[in-house]
Design a protein around this ligand. Structure first.
Ligand code: SAH
Ligand code: SF4
Length: 369
């Protein structure tokens, strides 16, 4: 038996072509797209603007199955984590971080990661494979399903609610307002699939999460940074973590290929950054490794001229991790110095540590065959 092609992850033109090749008229694509991405419909029978024979024909030819959920955990702070099982059995994690008036979904781009950053749990798992665009996008769709975060279908005779998230005090419509490519994997090592998924997420007649509410984090795959800015225009986050090449070579090994100077040059030239949209520099606080005042001063010197915000991340431990988190007082002093130099330097409150859902704690048991 051959698998039916899955429609999730096709861009609008591809969806149109797929439907037309199965004998549907062109205008159907718009209807199906809207069911999939505005309403989050997960079976063809619920596509009620299509007549029954059309729905049956769709089901005959195509699938809209999402990955399965192998495990689900909820942290005491409200953070939720899902372990998702792809059609081939590989698994990745995806995390929802709710805040007062918004919520971010942290999405994975690869099964495992090849970058081997020393402080990262995912980095201890080898790269198994890239996720497809559909698998990247499905993480958001599954989270929306679980959080009941799809808009209510308009009822007959009842005026549609304004489309803005949170309108009418409707809490359920703002669970996922932001998307961060900060889960497992290096997104710029799987750029084409990530870009395709993000374009679908940004499509105004679908999910419609705009580029200003999407952040892509990279360990520093320099040649892809510019393309990402030109083509997607999303917010950029850089996993800097060290201010000398000597140390960064060890902590973030991709630095041996693309050293700090080249990385920061790409940041200076990032097309989608400016005074109103700053680049986030992530800096994990590792006790006695990268947390001295000299490091803080050098950080300020390095970032001169870049519209930047520095996110200090207390190190999140994992079983067997070779580091300790800096003391609170040290983090505070480090942040104060950076702040006094004119850079916002919030300390990222660890979320979901109790369920191993915090930054750098994600891992799945999937192995490279
Ligand atoms: N792979 C991408 C995105 C992922 S992770 C990247 O590396 O940029 C999100 C952030 O968490 C990155 O800055 C990553 O370096 C950081 N991180 C990894 N392990 C961590 C840990 N154990 N504690 C705190 N932050 C960690
Ligand atoms: Fe990969 Fe990011 Fe972890 Fe580095 S920090 S190993 S790039 S997931």
């Amino acid at each position: 038996m051959t698998e039916k092609p899955n429609l999730i992850g096709l861009d609008f033109d591809e969806l149109t072509a797929a439907l037309m090749s199965a004998g549907f008229e062109k205008y159907r694509a718009k209807q199906v797209w809207s069911h999939l991405y505005c309403m989050g419909v997960n079976d063809f029978q619920s596509m009620t603007t299509l007549a029954k024979p059309a729905r049956e024909k769709l089901a005959e030819h195509f699938s809209i199955d999402r990955p399965g959920i192998s495990a689900h955990q909820k942290s005491s702070d409200g953070t939720q984590k899902w372990l998702l099982r792809m059609a081939d059995g590989n698994e990745v994690e995806c995390v929802h971080i709710p805040e007062e008036d918004r919520g971010a979904l942290c999405v994975s781009s690869q099964v495992g990661c090849a970058m081997m950053c020393k402080f990262c749990h995912t980095g201890t798992q080898r790269l198994v494979r890239n996720l497809t665009a559909g698998e990247i996008l499905s993480q958001l769709m599954i989270a929306r399903d679980a959080l009941q975060d799809w808009p209510e279908p308009a009822k007959e005779g009842v005026a549609k609610k304004p489309g803005k998230p949170g309108a009418n005090g409707d809490v359920s419509s703002r669970a996922v307002t932001n998307l961060v490519m900060m889960g497992m994997g290096e997104p710029l090592n799987n750029y084409d699939n990530v870009a395709k998924a993000l374009r679908i997420v940004m499509h105004p007649e679908g999910i419609g999460i705009g580029k200003r509410r999407i952040t892509l984090s990279t360990s520093g795959v320099v040649p892809m940074i510019r393309q990402c800015g030109d083509e997607l225009g999303v917010n950029l986050a850089i996993s800097l973590h060290a201010v000398t090449d000597e140390l960064r070579d060890v902590l973030v090994p991709v630095n041996r290929k693309y050293p700090i100077k080249e990385l920061l040059k790409a940041c200076r030239e990032y097309p989608a950054a400016g005074n109103t949209r700053r680049i986030t520099f992530e800096y994990v606080m590792l006790k006695d490794v990268n947390d001295s005042m000299a490091d803080a001063k050098q950080l300020v010197r390095l970032l001169r001229g870049i519209p930047a915000k520095i996110n200090l991340i207390p190190f999140n431990p994992w079983p067997g991790s070779p580091f300790e988190c800096s003391d609170d007082a040290t983090i505070q002093k480090f942040g104060d110095l950076v702040n006094a130099a004119g850079y916002a330097s919030p300390v990222r409150t660890p979320r979901g540590r109790d369920i191993m859902a915090a930054c750098g704690q994600l891992k799945s048991a999937s192995q490279r065959k």
